[in-house]
Design a protein. Structure first.
Length: 804
């Protein structure tokens, strides 16, 4: 009995302890303290402030784990830091550790038992006022006068680490001298200042720079601000969802940005930070895949980052890993290298002869040639050398000379460390693309290399797909690959199986949809019903008609379709496969489909901006389907009814991958589809092989409908003619006449960006060209609509006219 009592008091005790830590607040007042195990949570729940521990790396025990005070994304299950207070002052343990307001009003990390201060906001608080610290919904930690919260004494936005929050400033205060810039982490687990900084150009030009700190080299710049965008990033204008502002007045000069809620789900999480790799990366959090997905990186090529692989390495773009040591060298510090800290690069296997033996006058060092590379910078030209062998001798005579090259521009030599050598694409016989670097190494290493020539092809991922997609593709590929490897687990009924796809029981779906009562629509493959899981999460359940593939095959296809995730594709949540029943469960889209908004008179009129963003989003989604490498997916049925809109009118393509699910039955559906001319490319009728260009064609047709707000039917050729012509052909004529304004939906009452309208019309007309080779790829369409790539005037599609 006493034991039982003890047990109950213990439970009670635990309960109290638990509840005292779960009551979260966003404020620390004077006299209050935040214990090491507690956290502050911003009012909107998005950010948390507290102590976190960096993971110790298994591979490098030298990096013991440490504690930091920081801000992280509270709703993201994979810990993602956004700000660190004591990045240079790691804390070894949490005994007696607390965050509190000190006597002088500053926010401090202190050791409660010794009262020693580990970190302080060090604000200049002259007046004797009480202060309070608040974690705002923007992610800004503010120390303010508690009597007057507008009197900000210190804020974390003024002392950023690597992450540029929306609403924060990058730049300086001309009065106080405060200067905000972003510095990358030292390595993937150590928040100490690393090698790269993102800053406002100190020389006075209105631009931002990425600088390699170790050598003070600027390796990328945004180009000057022209009032709307930075000259090197014209695509900024296409990103309606992010609004940037550059301010230069008497008091301040800075860049800031915010997310435009009209174009973006306000709950969407974004992260814009300077990465350990020296690239400026933008991520969005994908709820579906529970992962950060990178949407842009600057500079685009990893090897453009100054000294990204460290000295004596070769960097190769679009290859994993992109850093390798030069021949005769090995990784200097494998532990750091593993953590992406490559400042030490590679070191010689054998010291050069002239260094080992100063007395030697006749060195035995040799040169090893690295063909097809971009040469390192800081070459010294030697004009006296007339031949390659003279150039080599000049290098050998100087003990600090490490490499030479002899080409059209004569002899160049390099001294000490070599950085920024980049592997270029050359064929075995043709070196015209790159140059050859003669690297000085010890004779001993040359000898061993003869027998152990490391193939440069190791690790090179082949295929044009990769090089076209670049880094983004690799990330996606890795993501899919990770998903795939973790998907080997069994799919249990009603449980999370492959790729986070849920296998539902039929009974559960019947209940979720209240016996399939609320019908959302009917398509070529079956009917769609609305339902709820857990009584709150809306879902769309698609009941497939007809005979489908066997269970095993169906499950396999569902899991591969589930792995395809993109912000502009409707997410597959789960499926059901019982007896002959085949159902698919998707996320529910509150704004129905595009055809409702375009063609139904009782719906709200989509603004021009919304239309353009929809066109761009659909293009991005299709481009992803076509180029995602692992399995090119041709949608085959792009039409407004298959473009769904979420709460913020973000477009999502539905029904992709149906060909895989239907298997042999697909041809039957296609034959019936052939009857509905409109979105189908001529190839369907002429019977040639189907390529992704059929989707490009359908996209062009949809784009015209987005533009005109009506179905592509017959239209009067001109106002004073009774000759009717198919609308797409009419549009092509009007485009050539320079009269796009006439084509645009009259419901917009002229509130339209005519440049964008003309661009969209041009794109559409290129997409519906008769010959698929004339049509752009979806990737090109995205670039054109983003304004990155120019486009010529399209010819009139003749076949279309003849066909109708
Ligand atoms: C605080 O001080 C005590 C006593 O000196 C020490 O044991 C503990 O490790 C300290 N805590 C921190 C976080 O430094
Ligand atoms: C703090 O403020 C006072 C008065 O405004 C000024 O004289 C002093 O230099 C400031 N100190 C620092 C460290 O900024
Ligand atoms: C500030 O307040 C403290 C305690 O209230 C007092 O001891 C101190 O003299 C005051 N200092 C000034 C500068 O007013
Ligand atoms: C701001 O800081 C950066 C980096 O520390 C520096 O290069 C720049 O000169 C500073 N600008 C001003 C105006 O202090
Ligand atoms: C650059 O980094 C190397 C290696 O860590 C170091 O030896 C060197 O002193 C650094 N140079 C500068 C200018 O900081
Ligand atoms: C240094 O060079 C001299 C002369 O060539 C040679 O006799 C001596 O053995 C060398 N020493 C070493 C350590 O290589």
């Amino acid at each position: 009995m006493p034991r039982l009592l003890h047990f109950f008091t213990l439970i009670l005790h635990l309960r109290i302890a638990a509840s005292s830590t779960t009551t979260t607040t966003d404020t620390i007042l004077a006299g209050q303290a935040l214990a090491a195990s507690d956290k502050l949570v911003s009012k909107n729940g998005r950010y948390a402030l507290g102590f976190f521990q960096t993971s110790s790396s298994r591979k490098s025990p030298q990096h013991t784990s440490s504690w930091y005070l920081g801000i992280w994304f509270n709703t993201v299950p994979t810990f993602t830091s956004a700000w660190v207070a004591n990045r240079e002052k790691p804390i070894k343990d949490t005994a007696s550790l607390e965050l509190t307001i000190s006597q002088d009003g500053n926010l401090v990390i202190q050791n409660q038992s010794t009262k020693s201060i580990i970190w302080s906001t060090q604000a200049n608080i002259t007046r004797n006022s009480t202060t309070a610290a608040v974690l705002l919904s923007s992610g800004n930690l503010v120390l303010a006068n508690s009597a007057d919260s507008s009197e900000v004494l210190w804020q974390s936005f003024d002392h950023p680490t690597d992450t540029f929050f929306p609403g924060a400033k990058l730049g300086w205060d001309k009065v106080t001298g405060l200067n905000r810039s972003f510095v990358s982490w030292k390595n993937s687990i150590d928040p100490a200042a690393g090698g790269y900084r993102y800053e406002l150009d100190p020389s006075g030009v209105d631009q931002l720079l990425l600088v390699a700190l170790n050598s003070s080299t600027t390796y990328w710049s945004t180009g000057a601000w022209n009032g709307k965008y930075f000259s090197s990033i014209p695509e900024m204008t296409a990103r309606h969802s992010i609004s940037a502002k550059f301010v230069d007045n008497d008091r301040e000069k800075y860049l800031t940005y915010h997310l435009v809620e009209e174009y973006m789900d306000p709950n969407m999480l974004t992260r814009h930070a300077i990465d350990v790799s020296g690239q400026l990366k933008t991520f969005i959090w994908m709820k579906g895949s529970q992962d950060w997905v990178m949407i842009s990186a600057q500079p685009k090529a990893q090897c453009d980052v100054y000294a990204v692989c460290g000295p004596f390495t070769i960097c190769t773009d679009n290859v994993v890993p992109h850093c390798i040591c030069m021949d005769g060298f090995t990784i200097a510090s494998p532990e750091d290298w593993e953590l992406e800290d490559r400042v030490d690069g590679c070191s010689r296997n054998t010291q050069l002869d002239c260094i080992r033996n100063i007395s030697t006058t006749h060195t035995t060092d040799k040169f090893y040639h690295e063909p097809c590379v971009r040469l390192p910078q800081n070459a010294r030209d030697v004009e006296t050398a007339a031949s390659s062998s003279e150039c080599a001798q000049i290098c050998l005579n100087d003990c600090s000379c490490t490499a030479y090259s002899f080409g059209d521009s004569g002899c160049s030599v390099w001294h000490n460390e070599l950085v920024n050598i980049r592997r270029l694409q050359c064929s075995d016989t043709d070196n015209s693309n790159g140059e050859t670097l003669y690297l000085r190494i010890s004779a001993k290493d040359v000898h061993s290399l003869k027998f152990n020539r490391r193939g440069i092809v190791i690790g090179i991922v082949t295929g044009t797909c990769i090089s076209a997609l670049g880094l983004f593709g690799i990330i996606i590929l890795l993501m899919i690959w990770t998903n795939k490897t973790s998907s080997s687990g069994r799919t249990v009924n009603g449980s999370r199986g492959c790729n986070g796809i849920v296998a539902f029981r039929y009974n559960d779906l019947q209940r979720a949809t209240q016996k399939f009562t609320e019908k959302l629509g009917a398509g070529s493959f079956g009917s769609v019903f609305k339902g709820f899981i857990n009584d709150s999460n809306a879902i769309a359940v698609k009941r497939l008609d007809g005979a489908y593939q066997g269970e095993k095959q169906f499950r396999a296809e569902v899991s591969s379709i589930g792995a395809v995730q993109h912000i502009n594709l409707v997410k597959l949540v789960g499926f059901c496969c019982e007896d002959s029943k085949r159902l698919l469960v998707y996320e529910y889209m509150s704004n129905r489909s595009l055809d409702v908004h375009l063609f139904q008179s009782n719906s709200t009129v989509l603004s021009w901006d919304a239309r353009y963003q929809i066109a761009l989003g659909v293009a991005r989604g299709l481009s992803y389907l076509h180029d995602s490498c692992r399995d090119c997916i041709i949608h085959c049925d792009i039409k407004p009814a298959n473009i769904l809109l979420d709460d913020s009118f973000l477009p999502k393509i539905a029904d992709f991958g149906m060909a895989k699910l239907l298997g042999r039955d697909y041809s039957r559906v296609l034959t019936t589809m052939k009857g509905t001319v409109g979105y189908l490319a001529p190839e369907w009728i002429t019977g040639v092989a189907i390529t992704p260009k059929v989707d490009v064609y359908s996209y062009g047709m949809v784009l015209l409908e987005i533009l005109s707000g009506r179905r592509n039917t017959w239209a009067p050729f001109s106002s004073n003619s009774n000759l009717d012509v198919y609308f797409p052909v009419h549009a092509a004529h009007k485009l050539l006449e320079g009269d796009v304004g006439n084509l645009v939906d009259h419901m917009l009452h002229g509130v339209v960006n005519l440049d964008e309208a003309e661009l969209a019309c041009k794109v559409a007309c290129w997409c519906i060209q008769d010959d698929e080779l004339d049509r752009p790829t979806m990737g090109q369409v995205v670039q054109i609509l983003e304004g990155v790539v120019e486009i010529r005037m399209p010819p009139i599609p003749r076949f279309l006219q003849a066909m109708i």
